[in-house]
Design a protein around this ligand. Structure first.
Ligand SMILES: *Cc1c(COP(=O)(O)O)cnc(C)c1O
Length: 468
């Protein structure tokens, strides 16, 4: 396949009022200036022959073919390949995202073999290097500002650790992430890493970031960059493992992917893979008790409730940012999206039209796993298969089992290593053998973090103090 001489893809905002951009600018932009999210103007379709060839390709080679149509002329093929290979060097499994078959019709797609034990590494290792490439070429520095429900933060910190062209400020909800998640972030002692614990929940952290970024002048003067799950490059990176998994399974038409979902970034990548020509059957949205998306699919009403804290903290989310991209794709009308998002902001809810509900229903189904079900599935998989699931993966498995049809092949995305949630998991299975030396060593290191109120001006002051 040759992709030379093809015009680079244009990205536009889901709300239609922001400037159209090419790839290089999209990855630094984060939220669009109209409050929307950038989305490609078309979904590139891959040749069926190419998809068939993926069988014989490595994860890294597949990634190159996925990324290529989304990228502009700002980077050569050779450089892109080099960055992809470097990004996945630190993964502890040669397959990068190995498929673990546990039954004739059941697999776990293991996404936790990166340096911080969760799927966020797959995108963050790449983005940090890609940004560094662009920044170095332009002789620029950047200040990364991000919010984390527990795993994005550590993935960003490990991604940008060696990137001297940046400071990294990470907001996490104080006392609402697992101690091991926190220690992955706070035990890194580099001067360019600043951890801020916010007295609030993840949605508060996300809102603070949006507020700081909405001050255009401030954003420019500090050269702020976003690495949130709305960052387009993160979504793009995540498309790869759906194609990778499919290339290792023969009966792809019967595959359903079940995905524990919070901000809708991971599962959106699955939707896009289908748009690009991957012919699996369905995506299953798995939620814990914070089941706004499950309720949306079942009732058509997207209504925010209070966040409940559960054993799967990375999906304790009510404001599911990337869902806006699906909403846009379901109607292709930025006026409709803007109106729904206004309703969400002002009334805490919106209602989907019947057409949009129907569209979404052809690609997705959904379910909820409660605390007791999560515990049961972790214990039963430990006993039956000698596999230790993390609580997020357990949500995915449980919802997948509830939603799958008998002929389906269930592939659950295993989004984190259980050791990152060792406090919860060891209590459920009464066993500690899954805890790795790396995680044990975190408990011996000194932590660095600042505790702050949920106030955007306080965050700006913290940034000012660190940036000349
Ligand atoms: C971030 C995260 C999720 C949710 O991913 P989204 O893209 O926000 O839907 C699920 N599981 C784990 C372990 C995570 O870190």
């Amino acid at each position: 396949m040759t992709t030379d001489n093809i015009q680079p893809l244009i990205y536009k905002s889901t709300r239609g009022q922001a400037k159209e951009l090419y790839f290089k600018d999209v990855i630094f932009e984060g939220l669009a200036s109209d409050g929307g999210l950038y989305i490609p103007s078309v979904w590139p379709k891959l040749d069926n022959d190419l998809i068939t060839e993926f069988k014989n390709m490595s994860y890294q080679d597949i990634a190159f073919h996925i990324f290529k149509p989304y990228i502009d002329t700002s980077i050569s093929d050779d450089k892109l390949k080099e960055i992809i290979f470097e990004s996945y060097n630190k993964f502890t499994d040669d397959e990068i995202t190995p498929l673990n078959q546990i039954e004739e019709k059941e697999y776990l797609l293991e996404l936790f073999h990166g340096p911080t034990y969760a799927f966020k590494d797959i995108a963050m290792q790449f983005i940090s290097r890609l940004m560094d490439y662009y920044l170095t070429a332009d002789n620029k520095k950047i200040n990364i500002l991000g919010a984390t429900s527990g795993d994005t933060g550590s993935a960003a910190i490990y991604g940008f650790e060696s990137v001297q062209s940046s400071n990294v400020f990470i907001l996490h909800p104080h006392n609402l992430i697992s101690p091991t998640q926190r220690k992955f972030m706070t035990t890194v002692s580099s001067k360019n890493i600043i951890n801020i614990a916010i007295k609030g929940n993840f949605d508060d952290c996300q809102n603070l970031i949006k507020e700081v970024f909405s001050d255009e002048e401030y954003k420019k003067s500090k050269n702020l960059g976003a690495i949130n799950s709305i960052n387009w490059a993160r979504i793009m990176c995540q498309i790869t493992y759906y194609f990778y998994a499919a290339s290792r399974i023969s009966d792809i038409e019967n595959v359903v992917f079940s995905v524990p979902t919070g901000n809708f970034g991971d599962i959106l990548a699955g939707y896009i893979s289908k748009k690009m020509g991957l012919n699996f059957r369905k995506l299953i949205i798995g939620t814990n008790e914070n089941n706004i998306l499950d309720r949306t699919l079942k009732t058509g009403e997207h209504a925010v409730k209070d966040v409940i804290s559960t054993s799967s903290p990375s999906i304790d989310i009510q404001i599911s940012s990337n869902f806006e991209r699906l909403i846009y794709d379901a109607c292709k009308d930025s006026n409709v999206v803007s109106e729904l998002m206004e309703n969400l902001k002002n009334k805490g809810s919106y209602k989907l039209s019947n057409e949009m509900r129907e569209y979404i229903g052809t690609y997705f189904s959904s379910d909820t796993a409660n605390k007791k079900e999560v515990e049961e599935i972790i214990l039963s998989y430990f006993k039956k298969y000698n596999i230790t699931l993390d609580p997020h993966t357990a949500v995915g498995v449980m919802c997948g089992k509830k939603q799958k049809l008998s002929e389906d092949i269930l592939v659950t995305l295993s989004t984190a290593h259980p050791a990152k949630f060792k406090e919860t998991v060891s209590e459920i299975i009464s066993d500690n053998s899954f805890i790795t030396d790396k995680v044990k060593s975190l408990d011996t290191l000194e932590e660095h973090m600042i505790i702050a109120n949920k106030n955007a001006n306080d965050i700006k002051k913290l940034i000012d103090n660190h940036v000349a």
